[in-house]
Design a protein around this ligand. Structure first.
Ligand code: SF4
Length: 240
């Protein structure tokens, strides 16, 4: 274990833990959009900027990627941090002017508008969280970031090959701005991404008759794990 100070509060943390996680564990708020406990940190949104002091030197770092150290002094809300976060929020407000998640976070951080020209509204902030979850948790890698500069966007390969996607919806679940939407109606799940819409047939529970999970997802799991052929005949509610 190591001891460090965050906003004047002495805390203990596991070696190699990231400052953002340690702050969260100690109820110290640091804003973030792209971090999630189930995947590796990526530092995309940069809202989790903090100031660290080490050997008398102070600098700004991204707390989701910065490991704790013995004696480290961390500040989460100096004027310098607030100024950088304000600019980041203003850029996000210009990119996603209609996003409720972005508006809510801007309000929480005291940012009321943006001096930057408004872009055509997008929900996706390119944080890559969906991509990391699809790759690291689901193990599928069905989506990625493509193009460069202002053309950068999240997409399925070649914009129309959704073959790899199993319709699990994990990407929609973790998206911080609801840029990916998932809807189940009757026997069909529709997954809507910024550049693509895909439908998946849902499997029917043989006990209660409810449509409960994408057939393709169940086939994927069955192919990875040695399960009896009738294992997914019943939905989770109808299992003993
Ligand atoms: S729904 Fe498709 S793209 Fe999204 S996490 Fe699942 S496999 Fe990946």
């Amino acid at each position: 274990m190591v001891k460090l100070t965050i906003d004047g509060q002495e805390v203990q943390a596991e070696e190699e833990a990231m400052v953002l996680d340690v702050a969260k564990d100690n109820n110290i708020y640091i804003p973030s959009l792209c971090a999630h406990e189930s995947v590796m940190p990526y530092g995309a949104c940069r809202l989790c900027l903090v100031e660290v002091t080490k050997n008398g030197r102070e600098r700004l770092v991204t707390s989701c990627l910065y490991p704790v150290e013995e004696g480290l002094v961390v500040r989460t809300n100096s004027e310098r941090i607030a100024s950088n976060r304000r600019t980041l929020m203003e850029l996000l407000l210009a990119r996603c002017p209609e996003s409720k998640a972005i508006q809510d976070l801007a309000k929480r951080l005291g940012v009321e508008g943006t001096p930057f020209p408004l872009e055509d509204h997008k929900d996706c902030i390119l944080c890559g969280l969906c991509i990391r979850v699809c790759q690291e948790v689901v193990g599928v890698s069905a989506i990625s970031l493509v193009n460069r500069g202002v053309e950068r966007e999240m997409a399925i390969p070649f914009y129309d090959d959704s073959e790899a996607c199993i319709g699990c919806g994990s990407c929609a679940y973790v998206c911080p701005t609801d840029a990916i939407k998932m809807e189940d109606v009757s026997d069909t799940r529709t997954l809507t991404m910024p550049n693509n819409k895909t439908e998946f047939k849902l499997a029917k529970c043989k006990v209660c008759g409810k449509y409960w999970a994408p057939q393709k997802q169940l086939e994927y799991i069955t192919s990875k794990v040695d399960l009896p052929s009738d294992f997914f005949d019943r939905c989770l509610d109808c299992r003993e």
